[in-house]
Design a protein around this ligand. Structure first.
Ligand code: ATP
Ligand code: MG
Length: 369
Protein backbone atom coordinates (compact mmCIF):
# COMPACT_ATOMS: atom_id res chain seq x y z
CA UNK A 1 0.00 0.00 0.00
CA UNK A 2 1.13 3.53 -0.66
CA UNK A 3 0.14 6.70 1.14
CA UNK A 4 -0.18 9.27 -1.62
CA UNK A 5 -1.40 12.29 0.30
CA UNK A 6 -1.72 13.39 3.87
CA UNK A 7 -3.71 16.48 4.71
CA UNK A 8 -3.60 17.79 8.28
CA UNK A 9 -5.99 20.41 9.57
CA UNK A 10 -5.63 21.84 13.06
CA UNK A 11 -3.79 18.74 14.15
CA UNK A 12 -1.13 19.26 16.87
CA UNK A 13 1.06 22.17 15.71
CA UNK A 14 -0.22 22.04 12.12
CA UNK A 15 -2.72 24.68 11.03
CA UNK A 16 -3.20 23.30 7.56
CA UNK A 17 -0.68 21.31 5.58
CA UNK A 18 -0.92 18.96 2.65
CA UNK A 19 1.89 16.54 1.86
CA UNK A 20 2.21 14.55 -1.36
CA UNK A 21 4.43 11.51 -1.13
CA UNK A 22 6.29 10.79 -4.33
CA UNK A 23 8.95 8.21 -3.41
CA UNK A 24 9.04 4.97 -1.45
CA UNK A 25 11.09 6.76 1.19
CA UNK A 26 10.44 10.19 2.65
CA UNK A 27 12.81 11.86 5.06
CA UNK A 28 11.31 14.56 7.29
CA UNK A 29 14.15 16.70 8.52
CA UNK A 30 13.95 19.55 10.99
CA UNK A 31 14.98 20.88 14.36
CA UNK A 32 13.43 19.73 17.59
CA UNK A 33 9.77 20.53 18.23
CA UNK A 34 8.87 21.41 14.61
CA UNK A 35 6.24 18.72 13.92
CA UNK A 36 8.08 15.65 12.59
CA UNK A 37 6.73 13.23 15.18
CA UNK A 38 3.32 14.85 14.98
CA UNK A 39 3.11 14.00 11.30
CA UNK A 40 4.08 10.37 11.94
CA UNK A 41 1.57 10.27 14.78
CA UNK A 42 -1.18 11.29 12.34
CA UNK A 43 -0.34 8.31 10.11
CA UNK A 44 -0.25 6.04 13.15
CA UNK A 45 -3.73 7.21 14.13
CA UNK A 46 -5.02 6.35 10.67
CA UNK A 47 -3.62 2.84 11.08
CA UNK A 48 -4.63 1.99 14.63
CA UNK A 49 -6.77 4.85 15.96
CA UNK A 50 -4.21 4.83 18.76
CA UNK A 51 -1.21 7.01 19.49
CA UNK A 52 1.78 5.39 21.11
CA UNK A 53 2.26 8.63 23.01
CA UNK A 54 -1.12 7.77 24.57
CA UNK A 55 -2.44 11.23 23.76
CA UNK A 56 -6.04 12.18 24.39
CA UNK A 57 -8.06 13.71 21.57
CA UNK A 58 -8.01 17.14 23.18
CA UNK A 59 -4.18 17.05 23.08
CA UNK A 60 -4.24 16.16 19.40
CA UNK A 61 -6.44 19.10 18.41
CA UNK A 62 -4.42 22.23 17.76
CA UNK A 63 -4.39 24.62 20.72
CA UNK A 64 -7.29 27.05 20.56
CA UNK A 65 -9.27 25.03 18.00
CA UNK A 66 -12.43 23.00 18.59
CA UNK A 67 -11.60 20.19 16.19
CA UNK A 68 -8.80 18.78 14.09
CA UNK A 69 -8.71 16.56 11.05
CA UNK A 70 -6.44 14.01 9.41
CA UNK A 71 -7.24 13.23 5.84
CA UNK A 72 -5.40 10.79 3.57
CA UNK A 73 -5.44 9.18 0.16
CA UNK A 74 -4.14 5.64 0.22
CA UNK A 75 -3.40 3.48 -2.77
CA UNK A 76 -4.14 -0.18 -2.24
CA UNK A 77 -4.31 -3.07 -4.70
CA UNK A 78 -8.08 -2.70 -4.81
CA UNK A 79 -7.90 1.02 -5.63
CA UNK A 80 -7.60 4.40 -3.99
CA UNK A 81 -9.21 4.87 -0.60
CA UNK A 82 -9.94 8.13 1.09
CA UNK A 83 -9.59 8.08 4.89
CA UNK A 84 -10.42 10.74 7.42
CA UNK A 85 -10.45 11.09 11.18
CA UNK A 86 -12.03 14.09 12.88
CA UNK A 87 -10.91 14.77 16.44
CA UNK A 88 -12.80 17.02 18.80
CA UNK A 89 -11.74 18.89 21.87
CA UNK A 90 -15.07 17.83 23.30
CA UNK A 91 -17.09 14.88 22.12
CA UNK A 92 -16.32 11.71 20.23
CA UNK A 93 -14.05 11.39 17.25
CA UNK A 94 -15.59 10.38 13.95
CA UNK A 95 -14.09 8.40 11.10
CA UNK A 96 -14.94 8.18 7.42
CA UNK A 97 -13.97 6.08 4.43
CA UNK A 98 -14.46 7.50 0.95
CA UNK A 99 -16.29 10.45 2.53
CA UNK A 100 -18.84 8.22 4.19
CA UNK A 101 -18.95 8.43 7.96
CA UNK A 102 -18.75 5.04 9.64
CA UNK A 103 -21.00 4.02 12.48
CA UNK A 104 -18.42 1.65 13.96
CA UNK A 105 -14.78 2.74 14.36
CA UNK A 106 -13.91 -0.93 13.99
CA UNK A 107 -14.65 -0.73 10.26
CA UNK A 108 -11.97 1.93 9.87
CA UNK A 109 -9.21 -0.33 11.17
CA UNK A 110 -7.17 -2.47 8.82
CA UNK A 111 -7.48 -0.07 5.86
CA UNK A 112 -4.08 1.56 6.38
CA UNK A 113 -1.41 -0.58 8.01
CA UNK A 114 1.73 0.83 9.56
CA UNK A 115 4.53 -0.17 11.89
CA UNK A 116 5.99 2.59 14.03
CA UNK A 117 9.51 2.49 15.45
CA UNK A 118 10.57 5.29 17.78
CA UNK A 119 12.88 5.65 20.73
CA UNK A 120 9.82 5.02 22.92
CA UNK A 121 9.89 1.44 21.63
CA UNK A 122 13.05 0.77 23.60
CA UNK A 123 10.62 0.57 26.52
CA UNK A 124 9.51 -2.70 24.97
CA UNK A 125 12.71 -4.17 26.30
CA UNK A 126 13.25 -2.11 29.42
CA UNK A 127 9.74 -1.24 30.52
CA UNK A 128 6.94 -2.88 32.49
CA UNK A 129 4.86 -5.81 31.12
CA UNK A 130 2.11 -3.33 30.27
CA UNK A 131 4.28 -1.90 27.49
CA UNK A 132 4.69 -5.30 25.87
CA UNK A 133 0.98 -6.04 26.15
CA UNK A 134 0.22 -2.70 24.52
CA UNK A 135 2.64 -3.54 21.71
CA UNK A 136 1.11 -6.95 20.97
CA UNK A 137 -2.40 -5.49 21.23
CA UNK A 138 -1.59 -2.75 18.72
CA UNK A 139 -0.19 -5.34 16.33
CA UNK A 140 -3.27 -7.51 16.76
CA UNK A 141 -5.59 -4.61 15.99
CA UNK A 142 -3.96 -4.45 12.58
CA UNK A 143 -3.89 -8.21 12.02
CA UNK A 144 -7.50 -8.75 13.12
CA UNK A 145 -9.41 -5.46 13.54
CA UNK A 146 -12.16 -7.25 15.49
CA UNK A 147 -9.59 -7.58 18.25
CA UNK A 148 -10.04 -3.86 19.03
CA UNK A 149 -13.63 -4.64 19.93
CA UNK A 150 -12.73 -7.72 21.99
CA UNK A 151 -10.13 -5.78 23.95
CA UNK A 152 -12.53 -2.95 24.62
CA UNK A 153 -15.13 -5.41 25.91
CA UNK A 154 -12.57 -7.10 28.11
CA UNK A 155 -11.44 -3.81 29.64
CA UNK A 156 -15.01 -2.82 30.30
CA UNK A 157 -15.84 -6.08 32.08
CA UNK A 158 -12.62 -5.81 34.05
CA UNK A 159 -13.51 -2.29 35.20
CA UNK A 160 -17.00 -3.39 36.21
CA UNK A 161 -15.77 -6.47 38.04
CA UNK A 162 -13.19 -4.37 39.88
CA UNK A 163 -15.84 -1.81 40.82
CA UNK A 164 -17.97 -4.66 42.16
CA UNK A 165 -15.09 -6.05 44.24
CA UNK A 166 -14.39 -2.57 45.60
CA UNK A 167 -17.95 -1.86 46.65
CA UNK A 168 -19.13 -5.33 47.68
CA UNK A 169 -15.92 -7.23 48.18
CA UNK A 170 -14.28 -8.12 51.46
CA UNK A 171 -13.72 -11.36 53.28
CA UNK A 172 -15.68 -13.52 53.79
CA UNK A 173 -18.02 -12.76 50.89
CA UNK A 174 -21.74 -13.42 51.52
CA UNK A 175 -23.44 -16.02 49.30
CA UNK A 176 -25.54 -13.52 47.37
CA UNK A 177 -22.49 -11.45 46.46
CA UNK A 178 -20.62 -14.60 45.44
CA UNK A 179 -23.40 -15.40 42.99
CA UNK A 180 -23.29 -11.93 41.55
CA UNK A 181 -19.53 -12.18 41.17
CA UNK A 182 -19.89 -15.53 39.39
CA UNK A 183 -21.89 -13.74 36.67
CA UNK A 184 -18.96 -11.33 36.16
CA UNK A 185 -16.54 -14.29 36.16
CA UNK A 186 -18.41 -15.95 33.31
CA UNK A 187 -18.09 -12.83 31.16
CA UNK A 188 -14.48 -12.22 32.12
CA UNK A 189 -13.61 -15.77 31.15
CA UNK A 190 -15.49 -15.78 27.84
CA UNK A 191 -14.03 -12.52 26.57
CA UNK A 192 -10.67 -12.92 28.33
CA UNK A 193 -10.09 -16.26 26.61
CA UNK A 194 -10.53 -14.58 23.25
CA UNK A 195 -7.83 -12.09 24.19
CA UNK A 196 -5.52 -14.86 25.38
CA UNK A 197 -5.95 -17.08 22.34
CA UNK A 198 -5.34 -14.24 19.92
CA UNK A 199 -2.26 -13.04 21.77
CA UNK A 200 -0.91 -16.58 21.80
CA UNK A 201 -1.48 -16.96 18.08
CA UNK A 202 0.12 -13.61 17.18
CA UNK A 203 3.22 -14.28 19.28
CA UNK A 204 3.56 -17.76 17.90
CA UNK A 205 3.68 -16.32 14.39
CA UNK A 206 5.85 -13.35 15.24
CA UNK A 207 8.51 -15.18 17.28
CA UNK A 208 10.25 -17.13 14.50
CA UNK A 209 10.28 -14.07 12.20
CA UNK A 210 11.85 -11.91 14.91
CA UNK A 211 14.37 -14.61 15.82
CA UNK A 212 15.44 -14.89 12.18
CA UNK A 213 15.89 -11.12 11.81
CA UNK A 214 17.72 -10.90 15.07
CA UNK A 215 20.11 -13.70 14.13
CA UNK A 216 20.79 -12.02 10.83
CA UNK A 217 21.41 -8.55 12.30
CA UNK A 218 23.63 -9.91 15.07
CA UNK A 219 25.66 -12.05 12.65
CA UNK A 220 24.25 -15.22 14.25
CA UNK A 221 25.94 -14.45 17.56
CA UNK A 222 22.71 -14.10 19.50
CA UNK A 223 19.50 -16.09 19.84
CA UNK A 224 16.32 -14.14 20.49
CA UNK A 225 13.36 -15.90 22.03
CA UNK A 226 9.90 -14.45 22.46
CA UNK A 227 7.63 -16.37 24.77
CA UNK A 228 4.07 -15.66 25.77
CA UNK A 229 3.70 -16.02 29.54
CA UNK A 230 -0.05 -15.76 30.07
CA UNK A 231 -1.31 -15.02 33.56
CA UNK A 232 -3.63 -17.99 33.09
CA UNK A 233 -1.41 -20.87 32.03
CA UNK A 234 -3.23 -23.19 29.66
CA UNK A 235 -2.29 -26.41 27.93
CA UNK A 236 -5.22 -27.00 25.58
CA UNK A 237 -5.48 -24.11 23.11
CA UNK A 238 -9.10 -24.72 22.08
CA UNK A 239 -11.58 -22.16 23.50
CA UNK A 240 -12.96 -24.59 26.10
CA UNK A 241 -9.48 -25.53 27.30
CA UNK A 242 -8.49 -21.91 27.88
CA UNK A 243 -11.80 -21.06 29.55
CA UNK A 244 -11.48 -24.07 31.85
CA UNK A 245 -7.98 -23.07 32.96
CA UNK A 246 -9.17 -19.48 33.45
CA UNK A 247 -12.09 -20.51 35.69
CA UNK A 248 -9.91 -22.81 37.75
CA UNK A 249 -7.43 -20.07 38.45
CA UNK A 250 -10.19 -17.63 39.43
CA UNK A 251 -11.38 -20.21 41.97
CA UNK A 252 -7.87 -20.66 43.33
CA UNK A 253 -7.44 -16.93 43.78
CA UNK A 254 -10.96 -16.20 45.12
CA UNK A 255 -9.89 -15.60 48.74
CA UNK A 256 -6.96 -13.40 47.72
CA UNK A 257 -9.30 -11.34 45.51
CA UNK A 258 -11.71 -10.84 48.42
CA UNK A 259 -8.83 -9.54 50.49
CA UNK A 260 -7.37 -7.32 47.79
CA UNK A 261 -10.66 -6.21 46.20
CA UNK A 262 -9.33 -6.33 42.69
CA UNK A 263 -9.22 -8.80 39.77
CA UNK A 264 -6.05 -10.85 40.08
CA UNK A 265 -6.58 -13.27 37.21
CA UNK A 266 -6.68 -12.57 33.49
CA UNK A 267 -4.82 -11.28 30.44
CA UNK A 268 -4.47 -7.81 31.98
CA UNK A 269 -1.63 -9.48 33.90
CA UNK A 270 0.03 -11.24 30.96
CA UNK A 271 3.74 -11.00 30.27
CA UNK A 272 5.63 -11.40 27.01
CA UNK A 273 9.14 -12.57 27.75
CA UNK A 274 12.05 -11.46 25.60
CA UNK A 275 15.31 -13.32 26.12
CA UNK A 276 18.65 -13.22 24.35
CA UNK A 277 20.84 -16.26 24.72
CA UNK A 278 18.44 -17.29 27.50
CA UNK A 279 19.03 -14.13 29.53
CA UNK A 280 16.13 -11.67 30.02
CA UNK A 281 16.73 -8.95 27.43
CA UNK A 282 16.13 -6.25 30.04
CA UNK A 283 19.32 -7.29 31.82
CA UNK A 284 21.13 -7.99 28.66
CA UNK A 285 23.54 -5.94 26.74
CA UNK A 286 24.15 -2.42 25.64
CA UNK A 287 21.67 0.13 24.37
CA UNK A 288 22.83 -0.80 20.91
CA UNK A 289 21.98 -4.45 21.48
CA UNK A 290 18.58 -3.54 22.85
CA UNK A 291 18.03 -1.39 19.78
CA UNK A 292 18.94 -4.35 17.58
CA UNK A 293 16.32 -6.39 19.38
CA UNK A 294 13.60 -3.80 18.84
CA UNK A 295 14.63 -3.46 15.21
CA UNK A 296 14.20 -7.23 14.80
CA UNK A 297 10.74 -7.03 16.42
CA UNK A 298 9.70 -4.23 14.09
CA UNK A 299 10.95 -5.99 10.95
CA UNK A 300 9.06 -9.09 12.08
CA UNK A 301 5.90 -7.00 12.49
CA UNK A 302 6.30 -5.65 8.96
CA UNK A 303 6.60 -9.14 7.52
CA UNK A 304 3.78 -10.56 9.59
CA UNK A 305 1.37 -7.78 8.64
CA UNK A 306 2.38 -8.17 5.01
CA UNK A 307 1.73 -11.94 5.16
CA UNK A 308 -1.65 -11.58 6.85
CA UNK A 309 -2.94 -8.51 5.00
CA UNK A 310 -1.43 -9.39 1.64
CA UNK A 311 0.12 -5.96 1.08
CA UNK A 312 3.23 -4.34 2.56
CA UNK A 313 2.42 -1.93 5.40
CA UNK A 314 4.07 1.47 5.91
CA UNK A 315 7.09 1.85 8.14
CA UNK A 316 7.37 4.95 10.36
CA UNK A 317 10.85 5.55 11.76
CA UNK A 318 10.94 8.31 14.33
CA UNK A 319 14.47 9.42 15.02
CA UNK A 320 15.88 5.92 15.33
CA UNK A 321 17.71 5.47 12.07
CA UNK A 322 20.54 7.87 12.80
CA UNK A 323 21.19 5.99 16.01
CA UNK A 324 21.84 2.71 14.24
CA UNK A 325 25.36 2.03 13.05
CA UNK A 326 25.96 1.84 9.29
CA UNK A 327 25.84 -1.94 9.26
CA UNK A 328 22.39 -1.96 10.87
CA UNK A 329 21.17 0.91 8.68
CA UNK A 330 22.13 -1.12 5.65
CA UNK A 331 20.46 -4.28 6.95
CA UNK A 332 17.31 -2.27 7.41
CA UNK A 333 17.60 -0.74 3.96
CA UNK A 334 17.98 -4.17 2.45
CA UNK A 335 15.01 -5.51 4.37
CA UNK A 336 12.61 -2.79 3.28
CA UNK A 337 13.99 -2.19 -0.25
CA UNK A 338 11.36 -0.22 -2.09
CA UNK A 339 8.54 -2.49 -1.02
CA UNK A 340 7.65 -0.85 2.27
CA UNK A 341 6.85 2.83 2.02
CA UNK A 342 8.93 4.42 4.76
CA UNK A 343 8.60 7.80 6.49
CA UNK A 344 11.66 8.82 8.45
CA UNK A 345 11.94 11.66 10.96
CA UNK A 346 15.37 13.01 11.77
CA UNK A 347 17.04 16.14 13.05
CA UNK A 348 20.00 15.89 10.68
CA UNK A 349 20.86 14.23 7.40
CA UNK A 350 24.55 13.80 8.13
CA UNK A 351 24.17 10.35 9.66
CA UNK A 352 22.52 8.90 6.58
CA UNK A 353 24.26 6.73 4.10
CA UNK A 354 24.26 8.35 0.64
CA UNK A 355 22.19 5.41 -0.64
CA UNK A 356 19.35 6.50 1.60
CA UNK A 357 19.55 10.14 0.58
CA UNK A 358 19.54 9.39 -3.13
CA UNK A 359 16.49 7.18 -2.88
CA UNK A 360 14.43 9.53 -0.71
CA UNK A 361 12.06 12.44 -1.01
CA UNK A 362 13.38 14.97 1.50
CA UNK A 363 10.97 17.36 3.21
CA UNK A 364 12.00 19.97 5.69
CA UNK A 365 9.68 20.52 8.63
CA UNK A 366 9.59 23.90 10.29
CA UNK A 367 7.04 25.11 12.85
CA UNK A 368 4.18 22.99 11.55
CA UNK A 369 4.91 23.62 7.89
P1 ATP B 1 11.90 16.34 18.05
O1 ATP B 1 13.03 16.43 17.09
O2 ATP B 1 12.21 17.05 19.32
O3 ATP B 1 11.35 14.99 18.25
P2 ATP B 1 9.51 16.96 16.46
O4 ATP B 1 9.70 17.75 15.22
O5 ATP B 1 9.30 15.52 16.34
O6 ATP B 1 10.74 17.28 17.42
P3 ATP B 1 6.85 17.15 17.42
O7 ATP B 1 6.74 16.27 18.60
O8 ATP B 1 6.30 16.67 16.15
O9 ATP B 1 8.36 17.63 17.30
O10 ATP B 1 6.13 18.55 17.65
C1 ATP B 1 6.28 19.18 18.80
C2 ATP B 1 5.60 20.54 18.78
O11 ATP B 1 4.20 20.44 18.60
C3 ATP B 1 5.86 21.11 20.14
O12 ATP B 1 6.34 22.41 19.98
C4 ATP B 1 4.51 21.08 20.78
O13 ATP B 1 4.34 22.11 21.69
C5 ATP B 1 3.59 21.21 19.59
N1 ATP B 1 2.24 20.70 19.88
C6 ATP B 1 1.90 19.50 20.36
N2 ATP B 1 0.57 19.39 20.50
C7 ATP B 1 0.05 20.56 20.11
C8 ATP B 1 -1.26 21.08 20.01
N3 ATP B 1 -2.31 20.36 20.38
N4 ATP B 1 -1.41 22.34 19.54
C9 ATP B 1 -0.35 23.08 19.17
N5 ATP B 1 0.91 22.65 19.23
C10 ATP B 1 1.13 21.41 19.69
MG1 MG C 1 10.03 13.91 17.43
Amino acid sequence: MFLKTLHLKQFRNYQEQRVDFVAPKTILVGNNAQGKSNLLEAVELLATLRSHRLARDRDLVRDGEAFGQIHAKLERQAGIIDLSVTLRRQGRRTVALNSEQLRRQLDFLGVLNAVEFSSLDLELVRGAPEQRRHWVDTLLIQLEPVYAHILQQYNQILRQRNAFLKSKGGFPMPVQEKEELAAWDAQLVTIGSRVVRRRARAIERLAPLAAEWHASISDRAEVLQIRYAPNVPFTATDPEGVQQAFLEKIEQRAIAEQHQNTTLVGPHRDEIELTINQTPAKQYGSQGQQRTLVLALKLAELKLIEAVVGEPPLLLLDDVLAELDLNRQNQLLEAIQDRFQTLIATTHLAAFDSQWLQASQILSVNAGQ
